[in-house]
Design a protein around this ligand. Sequence first.
Ligand code: NCD
Length: 326
Amino acid sequence: MQHLLDTKTLTRADALRILDVAEDMAETQQREVKKLPTLRGKTVVNLFFEDSTRTRISFEAAAKRLSADVINFSAKGSSVSKGESLQDTAQTLQAMGADAVVIRHGSSGAPRTLATSGWISAGVVNAGDGTHEHPTQALLDAYTLRKRRFGPDSRGRDLGGMRVTIVGDILHSRVARSNVWLLSTLGAEVTLVAPPTLIPQDLSAWPVRVGYDLDAAIADEPDALMMLRIQLERMNAAYFPTEREYSRRWGLDPERAAALPPDSMVMHPGPMNRGLEISAEAADSARSTVLDQVTNGVSVRMAALYLLLAGERGAGADTNDKEETR
Ligand code: NCD
């Protein structure tokens, strides 16, 4: 793997490989000493043009547990236009000898621009670009689903037959997009539920079913309900009348959570608007996987960094083998 830019073009084999390696990584994280020497001497740069809590510290923890050097570059607030700022920053990182760049950017496509521009030779990991994709989030969600279904050793398994319902602000959500592609690649059935205003207009290319009624979706007994944050910062208009109205119709309140089958999972990528799309009771209930998702995120990001920087390089598949040019 040279870059991890999206899940839309990620093959089933590559997705399973990342999940399986993540499982190996998770095992090492049970040990008293969590640090592995695998990426000693490598430099990972976290390049964040947008706010982030868990994604940034998760990548930082992942890189450090593999013994890489980590540089955190928070570029938020830069007023330079996108092209210029990215190019200048990229060339600076190249000069510093970055081996991998983990980028979060407000513009959809920025990670691909970075990966294909020729400005850097580092591997690029998309940590969220605009409303486009957030592949490691979808991978950690798939990992969480697989673990809950198959238990301690789920290597090699896909999500065939699992039914996942994604609820809320689909329109602005890169998490939803990455999940739609990855879940369907792994064989799961995906249903989207939201107010019509928060569903993209043309879904003809999406492998999903669409509904507007959360109670009906719950009565359908999904294996998992994935609640999405209402992304007010991306809204330039009123997409629903009031927050109270939204939460009444599309929020996971305690009654709705209780109506789910006992083994249905409640997922949320965070950060949560408690009381809006999800009630505190549902978020903190035994069926909630919110904290598992955070824990699993570190293992999945360790796997991604490992496969980018150590795995299979020089095996012939990767023509841009940096080891030889440094
Ligand atoms: C998501 C993101 O930034 O896309 N959060 C995350 O990475 N855990 C979702 C969100 O912001 O709502």
